[in-house]
Design a protein around this ligand. Structure first.
Ligand code: ATP
Ligand code: MG
Ligand code: MG
Length: 557
């Protein structure tokens, strides 16, 4: 909300509030279905859906499928899922390609209005016409090609021939007839329709062998769909002039394009090409590997959508690009989880403790609140003769009074067993004055099926530096070899069953292994340790937990 009340988006709204012809604010989120969305897209989603929602309007989810190379069905599905997961509901789902016929008609109309022509120049020739020399120098004189002034009827006939398949890639294209003397490059007779190299078939428009460019399709699709505010990132700021030129030339409704800064995260890579490389070469498990910053990865790690939205919202919105560190996102996640998830006791690296002065079948049910918030209820866990504590919570030398005896594994020299005594103060009696320390533990009880065994996957940054993209030997050279630590013998207290709702984890059973599953993550805090979520690879036999984030920023004390 804060994002819409003041600042950039508020100004945008005031520039053009609702009008008579367009009585509702309508925005669109226009992803290309050629990859999975990443954390940067969360800003685009929040801005477009949030802005419309805030003003009582609506948002269209438009798949910008103008470039058929790389489009796949699974991306459509995943994008839908993620928008829904973030809590937004498009009023309608559209594709740019469903407008191809309409775009074609409008393009004929553009030719008739002397606003476009069929051009047969090569790329190199077009560059020269735009004042770019062969050695890459820009700013030379700009000039029109011979095709620019051909008769309208001839261009119309050639455009139809082009659609019918007469030409191969590079032999003909439709270009807008703008203003070569305008200082802005977006006015230099942009391409409107192109024939791609090779045999490219469109997923939804198999009859089209030529495709509209972004410059043609974007503004016209916005206009056709009645978008009032077309909000996009600043790299399109220069395109605003051609966006307006095109809609005005055709005398159709002109949406208002406004630009905001991209959101980037340092310490990771977001580019599709790079993530494909990481997946293919086995550096990560898949596109939703918990060390990545695709939205499916953040979802899998267990980050709640609300945490992502509050992160995006708290950053605010300006025209400047923001580069935000992973640590800042982690901090937002901690803040969000602190009050929203219950607490359990999770032992990551168990150390067995036998309490000598208890009977073998001793079992005391200890009540521990699930949260500071009493609404979460009370956890009831068994305290028994054998309990497990965190290895790191035991120090032989530090606490000789408390831990009476330690057995060492002769092979490794590590402590494998601790013997201790339980000193329970009698009813009404104050605990003995001695150094008190609080640690977490889980009791062993066959009767209660306690503890619950789990594998924990803990994640560290995938890259060593804040800027893997500029590593001199390429981003792969910056990979952190210790980005994932597995704790195979972790233990969770039986409050987990309560947290899950029903035991044993039926949701994960049905969704296991599905990268696109819209998971309802089970999340909790492991007291003193970290926040955890159930991973999608969990089965009825094996609980797998992802460490969402540690309780404290490891870089700070
Ligand atoms: P990428 O190059 O990372 O794949 P893209 O711009 O090609 O990004 P699209 O699928 O075209 O990806 O993006 C859909 C929408 O999301 C566009 O409006 C785009 O401006 C916006 N968007 C993409 N990346 C970011 C980002 N990092 N921050 C904010 N908005 C973004
Ligand atoms: Mg794009
Ligand atoms: Mg893209």
């Amino acid at each position: 909300e804060a994002m819409f009340k003041q600042g950039f988006l508020n100004e945008v709204y005031n520039e053009r509030p609702i009008s008579e012809t367009h009585p509702k604010i309508r925005t669109r989120f226009p992803p290309e279905p050629n990859g999975y969305l990443h954390i940067g897209h969360a800003r685009a989603i929040a801005v477009n859906f949030g802005f419309a929602r805030y003003h009582g309007g609506e948002t269209i989810l438009r798949f910008d499928d103008t470039n058929p190379a790389g489009e796949e069905d699974r991306y459509y599905q995943s994008i839908r899922d993620i928008v829904h997961w973030l809590g937004f509901k498009p009023v309608r789902e559209t594709t740019a390609s469903e407008n191809f016929d309409r775009l074609y008609e409008l393009s004929e109309e553009l030719i008739r209005r002397d606003g476009a022509y069929i051009c047969h120049c090569t790329q190199a020739e077009v560059k020269l016409q735009r004042g770019m020399s062969e050695d890459g120098k820009v700013g030379g004189p700009r000039f029109a090609c011979a095709h620019r002034t051909r008769p309208i009827e001839e261009s119309l006939a050639e455009f139809r021939a082009m659609k019918a398949g007469k030409y191969k890639a590079g032999e003909a294209a439709l270009r807008m007839k703008q203003d070569l003397q305008d200082p802005r490059a977006q006015m230099w007779d942009l391409f409107a329709w192109r024939i791609p190299e090779g045999e490219v078939k469109h997923l939804h428009q198999p009859d089209y062998m030529m495709f509209p460019t972004y410059d043609l399709a974007h503004g016209l699709c916005d206009s056709i769909e009645g978008i009032t505010h077309s909000l996009c990132t600043t790299e399109f700021e220069l395109s605003r002039v051609s966006y307006e030129w095109l809609n005005d030339k055709l005398d159709v409704y002109r949406p208002m394009q406004r630009e905001y800064g991209r959101l980037n995260i340092s310490g990771t890579v977001l580019s599709k090409r790079k993530i494909i490389k990481l997946v293919k070469d086995g550096y990560v498990r898949d596109w939703d590997d918990c060390r990545l910053y695709t939205l499916i990865a953040l979802r899998r790690r267990g980050i709640p959508p609300g945490a992502i939205l509050s992160f995006v919202n708290d950053l605010g919105l300006t025209k400047a690009q923001s580069v935000i560190s992973i640590a800042r996102l982690d901090q937002a996640i901690r803040q969000f989880l602190e009050t929203t998830v219950p607490r359990l006791m999770v032992v990551m690296e168990p150390l067995k403790v036998i309490i000598e002065n208890l009977d073998d079948d001793y079992e005391e049910i200890v009540e521990v609140p699930f949260s500071k918030d009493p609404a979460f209820g009370t956890n009831k866990v068994p305290f028994t003769k054998t309990v497990y504590i965190e290895q790191s919570d035991f120090r032989e030398v530090d606490d000789p009074d408390y831990f009476r005896l330690a057995q060492k594994d002769p092979a490794t020299g590590t402590v494998t067993l601790v013997r201790a005594r339980y000193e329970k103060p009698a009813e009404g009696e104050a605990p003995k004055k001695q150094k008190v320390t609080y640690i977490h533990w889980v009791g062993e009880s066959a009767k209660q099926n306690s503890p619950i065994k789990a594998e924990i996957r803990a994640f560290n940054p995938l890259f060593k530096s804040e800027d893997p993209n500029s590593h001199p030997e390429g981003f792969l050279a910056d990979i952190n070899p210790d980005s994932e630590q597995i704790y195979p013998n972790a233990m969770v207290d039986i409050g987990y069953h309560h947290v899950r709702g029903t035991a044993p984890w039926p949701k994960e059973e049905s969704e296991a292994g599905d990268i696109n599953a819209n998971q309802h993550s089970v999340r909790f805090q492991g007291m003193r340790m970290a926040y955890f979520a159930v991973d999608r690879e969990t089965t009825a036999d094996k609980l797998i937990l992802n460490r969402i984030v540690t309780l404290k920023d490891p870089g700070k004390n």
